[in-house]
Design a protein around this ligand. Structure first.
Ligand code: SAH
Length: 351
């Protein structure tokens, strides 16, 4: 049975299903497919654009290691590592810092068996442990990185209809998956409190799984120490609106049309995640523009070093990749960096 068939038979049996259930099934099925990333796949992520991205994440981790007094064991976890490109580049940068790489205890949080294999290949023998869920990570100060991970976690939506908020569900009209109004439901109060009075038909979205993940991680970092660094796209302030989007072959696609066959994401509401983290006694930093963060971490100097030994073709790739990562009209402003630290910490590098 395909994902669409499975979802359809569930809708036929039970009626319209919650959007988070639809998105969770669709995303899990999608990442089991081959050829998701890269020019021949559906979309290109920052670590796939330039090796410098992962290298600078490695530099950031090394700076945290120094700031923590160069501990003998440094617990690192990447969430949603994709093809493993970011972590492989980060480890190469880490190897240039005397004494650092040998302290790294590496954990990868990844649900897709296809991608776990790709990650093992990218790591080329560097030891790692895989987990389905971040709550299974070992204890102690934890250093988490994640690029385009939070946006893949399932979102919930509400629609304001006839003076009341209703859950927005996914049904089927005999031909297509369609949105359907579900039962009356209360959106999270802290979100409603910050927004103006809704108009008829207004949509309110939030991401229960991303919120639970960030709150749990913030609580852990606040009590056990460590740091987290995420890159994703989304607004700096919470607002109304439906941001569910699908991408297939580098183009936007209808979000409900082909569950499991297209990449489904939502915008990440950084300000809400920051408030939730602060509520757990952690400190939240950012969001800052990815371009600004990368330049602050030393992208120009790293590019200059790489260009010294580059062939003309590599030179062109390195320069265009770096431009794509940092230029405001490319990925530099749309994507943001966001960090969590123990409460009361000074801002980490780049924030
Ligand atoms: N960080 C990579 C991949 C981003 S795509 C890059 O930048 O190229 C999202 C990643 O998150 C994929 O590896 C996907 O399999 C993983 N993922 C999605 N939902 C997940 C979940 N609930 N738990 C763990 N990993 C998940």
């Amino acid at each position: 049975m395909t994902t669409a068939e499975r979802l359809l038979s569930r809708i036929r049996a039970d009626g319209p299903i919650p959007l988070p259930d639809f998105m969770a099934e669709a995303v899990a099925a999608y990442y089991r497919r081959p050829r998701v990333f890269g020019a021949a796949g559906d979309f290109v992520t920052a670590p796939e654009v330039s090796q410098i991205f992962g290298e600078l994440v490695g530099v950031w981790l090394a700076l945290r290691w120094h700031a923590e007094g160069r501990p003998e064991r440094f617990l690192v976890a990447e969430c949603g590592p994709g093809r493993g490109t970011l972590i492989a580049d980060a480890l190469r940068a880490a190897a240039m810092v005397p004494g650092f790489a040998a302290t790294i205890d590496l954990h990868l949080v990844e649900t897709s068996p296809t991608l776990r294999e790709a990650q093992a290949t990218a790591l080329a023998g560097f030891p790692a442990t895989w987990h389905d869920d971040a709550t299974d990570l070992p204890g102690g100060p934890l250093h988490v990185v994640g690029n385009e991970f939070l946006d893949a976690l399932p979102a919930a939506q509400f629609v304001f209809r006839g003076g009341a908020w209703r859950e927005r569900r996914v049904g089927h009209d005999g031909r297509d998956f369609v949105f359907a109004d579900g039962p009356e439901a209360r959106p999270p109060a802290d979100l409603l409190d910050r927004l103006p009075a809704p108009r008829e038909g207004e949509i309110l979205e939030h991401a229960p799984a991303a919120e639970a993940f960030v709150a749990g991680l913030a609580r852990r970092i606040a009590t056990q120490g460590g740091a987290a660094l995420f890159f994703d796209y989304g607004p700096a302030e919470s607002g109304f609106g439906d941001t569910l989007q699908a991408v297939s072959r580098h183009r936007a696609a209808p979000p409900l049309a082909a569950p499991g066959e297209v990449d489904l994401t939502v915008h990440v509401d950084f300000s809400r995640l920051a408030r939730l983290a602060q509520g757990e006694a952690a400190a939240a930093f950012g969001p800052v523009d990815q371009g600004i963060w990368l330049v602050a971490l030393g992208l120009p100097a790293r590019l200059t070093t790489l260009l010294r030994q580059a062939t003309p073709r590599q030179t062109e790739e390195l320069v265009s990749g770096a431009q794509r990562l940092i230029e405001p009209q490319a990925m530099g402003r749309l994507f943001k960096a966001f960090a969590l630290m123990p409460g009361g910490s000074e801002a980490p590098e780049g924030f």
